[in-house]
Ligand binder design. Structure first.
Ligand SMILES: C[S@@+](CC[C@H](N)C(=O)[O-])C[C@H]1O[C@@H](n2cnc3c(N)ncnc32)[C@H](O)[C@@H]1O
Length: 443
């Protein structure tokens, strides 16, 4: 096969259709061609056997493009080595820590930089920190930094307890109507805590213990169990509006009971710290000192050096599926953030064309910062019941930015003997899959 001339195809996205753009090039053995790689990382995936003993199923992503392979298996599960408890911060559309861990283990070594341009609660960068890698995170929403930073510097339980004792619980009611969520005494505690945290922040006197408390309190504002400050509502990352909560209260015939906010913060602190080993703690602290947590648009990240990132693991917003603004209004209020302003910065593309334009620019920026020999793992979920296969749209975007497309990995989590498990086009709804396009930058 040495020095053989092949035709290879470069997918190009054009008016919702793929057109195949044929170019002649030379392939030397298993050396990567520009655009598509038929070997490399795919070989690792092809040789994988799942915990259930199932080998990886390999097929072309598209019948007209046999060089680009799709690898399907249960590459990771939530049952595999439990994720660290430090991840247990809820965030809309977050992925499981096992996903970034899979790529971090295979494609990086200690000290390498791992990046997430759409960082959310920080799953990728916290996982990178736990395993001794350095990290860079970026997100358009400043809540992302608030939810991520303190977990690089987890405090002692006693320090949190002592700090909370110094914060008064009494205050006047909120300047907005929160009576549908909170008992009046709970509300006073929340207002008091909010005022304390905002004042410390404004005076640049908020230390990591304060930031930890802000993160945990933000996470406990609303939820569906007595472990949260509010009466029963939707999960904490999907705060409903005041009117919707009134409707929930009528339907459930409920009024908010008193919740001890300090006790709830301490319980959640204990739970977040419960599995952290001294080594993990050391790794997190070390990574935290070198970590950059950026708040901005991932299309322009001048703070990140050229050719510096070994691996990006990320999951962008999928069209307009998740309403990050509506979901986060109460969290923004608690942290003194303007949710409308933030909402305007978040990419909400209605069409695949608009989404591709934004993601194309993101890929150009990723190409600039990726180290030669480095990788990008770009996860897209299932959109509109699989009527839109975003993974297929992602392939040409990465290639036109300069990357080699290694393959598409499908992590398929629920298999049954009777379902057509490898007929992934025919997946039963409810099947939980991650669809990840893997790119590399030529060394
Ligand atoms: C699917 S979530 C990522 C979740 C993340 N993987 C996690 O585990 O938490 C997408 C994130 O992209 C952010 N975002 C949306 N548009 C952005 C943009 N143009 N630049 C940077 N971040 C953006 C949203 O605020 C949201 O946090």
């Amino acid at each position: 096969m040495d020095n053989e001339t092949h035709l290879f195809s470069l997918f190009r996205f054009h008016q919702s259709e793929y057109t195949l753009h044929h170019t002649s090039c030379t392939v030397r053995g298993d050396k990567k061609t520009r655009g598509l790689s038929s070997t490399g990382f795919g070989n690792t995936l092809a040789g994988f056997t799942s915990d259930a003993g199932i080998p990886t199923h390999v097929e072309p992503l598209d019948p007209t493009e046999p060089a680009l392979k799709k690898y399907t298996n249960e590459f990771w599960t939530s049952r595999q080595r439990q994720a660290s408890s430090i991840h247990e911060i809820s965030y809309r559309a977050c992925f499981k820590p096992q996903l970034p861990r899979f790529f971090i283990n295979l494609l990086t070594k200690k000290g390498d930089i791992v990046y997430d341009p759409f960082s959310g609660r920080g799953t990728t960068v916290i996982e990178a920190g736990l395993s001794g890698r350095n990290a860079i995170a970026n997100d358009a929403n400043p809540l992302s930094r608030i939810m991520t930073e303190p977990r690089f510097f987890p405090p002692d339980y006693q320090a949190v307890e002592k700090r909370l004792l110094s914060i008064p619980r009494e205050n006047s009611p909120a300047d907005i109507d929160l009576s549908m969520f909170y008992h009046p005494d709970t509300e006073k505690e929340i207002i008091s805590l909010r005022q304390y945290l905002l004042e410390r922040h404004a005076a640049s006197r908020d230390d990591m213990t304060d930031r930890w408390i802000a993160m945990v309190a933000t996470n406990r504002l609303t939820g569906h169990s007595p472990g949260f400050f509010s009466v029963y509502t939707l999960p904490p990352n999907q705060a409903v509006s005041q009117r919707s909560q009134q409707r929930i209260n009528i339907k459930r015939n409920q009024t908010p009971e008193y919740r001890d906010t300090h006790r709830i913060i301490l319980n959640k602190t204990k739970s977040l710290l419960r599995s952290l080993t001294p080594d993990e703690q050391k790794n997190l602290n070390h990574a935290g000192k070198n970590t950059r947590l950026l708040t901005g648009d991932s299309r322009a990240t001048p703070e990140i050096l050229n050719d510096s990132v070994q691996l990006t693991v990320t999951s962008p917003p999928f069209l307009d599926i998740v309403q990050y603004k509506e979901d986060n209004w109460l969290r923004c209020w608690f942290n003194g953030l303007n949710d409308t302003e933030i909402g305007n910065r978040i990419t909400m593309a209605r069409t695949v064309e608009a989404w591709s334009a934004v993601m194309g620019a993101v890929f150009h920026e990723l190409y600039r910062i990726t180290r030669p020999g480095g990788y990008v793992a770009f996860e897209v979920g299932e959109v509109r019941k699989r009527s839109i296969r975003l993974e297929e749209h992602v392939v040409p975007l990465g290639i036109s930015a300069g990357f080699v497309c290694e393959c598409v990995l499908i992590n398929q989590q629920t298999f049954t003997k009777t379902s057509n498990i490898w007929g992934v086009d025919n997946m039963a709804s409810g099947t939980n899959t991650n669809r990840i396009v893997i790119f590399s930058k030529n060394a």
